[in-house]
Design a binder for this molecule. Structure first.
Ligand SMILES: [Zn+2]
Length: 516
């Protein structure tokens, strides 16, 4: 069995999903969970793209110990320098340089000849090597590149010191057989290929990202790149949890192992879904709500007689547990602390206190507090940024019924400390609240998407709302939780606006787009 390295890019490629905007504390929580999940490398961001991204990468590099932390950089000296500044505190720093090699990208995007591209790649890998021991170079749009040219440039960047060669299917265009052949060709043609790891990176535009990744591994790739839940631009990236479980369940066919702790799969998936607001569909392989549900009578009968009749894997294998009652009204601080630890979270004393207060408040209305509830509360507290003045909801009231016009009154504290209030009507209760908030907030707001779900089951379940707003023309997501659906909706709306404000604060943008 040979060991395949898992390279997670949830925080870089995944974070490029439309509307996803994680704050630094949220990125840190995901990074810590990725470390627990056992990924070999995590791409923490693109430090040269913005001040906020730089700070997040640095915070992750300074925190994570057991996983190599990497960052994306264009083949530009200043990008390499900025990446080094962000990563130099890491236990195992590495850099990820990318440059396009396909005729279409070289001609129209880079406006460079193949010769110029080759020289730039070699020059920048050589430069990066003066700072980083591990240098990954990606041939952007590799799957649409000329194979001979690809082989030549790979040989030269390996000579320049590249330790990983990544061949992305940037536009999600390739097929398993074709992608596999590319790896086989490179493996057979490039004379010094045994001095570097070969890596695959697939996008899911045609729904083949996972299949393409497995084909690459069968043909010599020793590193797989992807994201949790397959999030990413357009149709997303290869789903790492699907790849991991496929390798495990079909170990009879795939003689490869990974360092992943599969029982952390569900928790990792849940955390990414919650913090990004990108929920997985019920029928998603491995992590969907229905992934282990056997509905038909014949199947249920079979599973009861012998599990393996219809069950190729167990929920326990990926850490899916029944939602058990954990704490109640009479649970004290000590039991609470123990449970936080059991959930794998570390909170400062101050945050632990606010989380305990929120928990106590919840038990006033909800008899049984489940793992999911607790996780939701803890995440709210853990990822709340308090450094910037924001909008705060002081009070709201909604009059709603089938016989009258929904009317909302809201009292709000503005970032500059004023208290403002007004009332508006709407076609429904949520609209009334949103129109009132819109009236009180000076930013230009447009609601793009609105979702409401319950945390766990039961009539007294917590409500969780996700919204996507356009704030002054920029897409931003917001998340809110409360016992009441309208309050959760109001919280999500304000959360999105506040994220925009925090982002404006932390990010004098020299934003550049990154794609590999
Ligand atoms: Zn990508």
């Amino acid at each position: 069995m040979s060991r395949i390295k898992i390279f997670d890019t949830t925080l870089r490629d995944g974070e490029q999903s439309p509307g996803v905007n994680l704050n630094q504390l949220e990125k840190l929580e995901i990074a810590k969970q990725l470390e627990r999940f056992g990924v070999d490398r995590m791409e923490a961001g693109f430090p040269a793209s913005s001040k906020g991204d730089f700070q997040a990468v640095k915070a992750i590099a300074d925190t994570i110990k057991n996983t190599s932390v990497t960052a994306l950089a264009r083949t530009v000296k200043s990008d390499v320098d900025t990446a080094w500044e962000a990563l130099k505190g890491a236990e195992h720093p590495s850099i990820h340089l990318f440059l396009a090699t396909s005729p279409i990208h070289m001609t129209y995007k880079l406006k460079k000849t193949p010769e110029q591209v080759m020289n730039t790649a070699v020059e920048m890998v050589t430069y990066a090597k003066t700072k980083f021991h591990n240098v990954q170079w990606s041939a952007e749009d590799a799957s649409r590149s000329d194979l001979d040219f690809l082989a030549q440039i790979i040989e030269r960047v390996i000579n320049a010191g590249a330790t990983v060669i990544n061949l992305p299917d940037t536009v999600g265009y390739t097929t398993p057989a074709e992608y596999g052949r590319m790896f086989q060709y490179i493996k057979e043609t490039v004379p010094n290929i045994d001095q570097a790891h070969l890596s695959c990176h697939c996008h899911n535009d045609l729904g083949m990202a996972v299949a393409n990744s497995l084909a690459a591994v069968e043909n010599g790739a020793t590193q797989i790149e992807g994201t949790i839940n397959g999030i990413g631009e357009r149709a997303g990236n290869a789903s790492l949890e699907e790849i991991a479980v496929a390798l495990k369940v079909r170990s009879d066919f795939y003689p490869y192992t990974t360092g992943l702790q599969l029982e952390e799969t569900k928790r990792t998936s849940d955390l990414v879904a919650k913090l990004t607001g990108m929920y997985v569909q019920a029928n998603k392989a491995v992590v969907g709500r229905n992934a282990f549900a056997h509905e038909s009578g014949i199947h249920q009968d079979g599973v009861l007689k012998h599990a393996s009749t219809y069950e190729i894997m167990t929920p326990e294998m990926v850490g899916v547990k029944a939602n058990n009652l954990v704490l109640g009204k009479h649970s004290g601080r000590h039991a609470f602390k123990d449970k936080v630890k059991e959930l794998g979270m570390e909170l400062s004393e101050e945050k632990l206190k606010s989380a305990f207060d929120a928990f106590k408040q919840l038990t006033d209305h909800k008899k049984e507090v489940t793992d999911d509830d607790l996780f939701t509360i803890l995440m709210e507290v853990q990822t709340d940024t308090t450094s910037v003045n924001k909008y705060q909801l002081e009070m709201f009231q909604v009059q709603y019924g089938t016989a009258n016009i929904p009317t909302a009154a809201v009292v709000l504290q503005t970032p500059d400390g004023r208290t403002v209030q007004t009332a508006c009507t709407g076609q429904g209760s949520v609209e009334a609240v949103y129109r009132t908030l819109d009236e009180l907030i000076s930013e230009n707001l447009k609601l793009i998407d609105y979702q409401l779900s319950s945390v766990g089951g039961g009539k007294d379940a917590l409500a969780e709302s996700h919204v996507q707003l356009e704030v002054n023309g920029q897409a931003v997501n917001g998340r809110g939780t409360a016992q009441d659906v309208i309050e959760a909706s109001a919280n999500a709306f304000l959360n999105a606006v506040n994220r925009y404000i925090v982002r404006q604060h932390s990010q004098e943008s020299n934003v550049v787009a990154s794609k590999t």
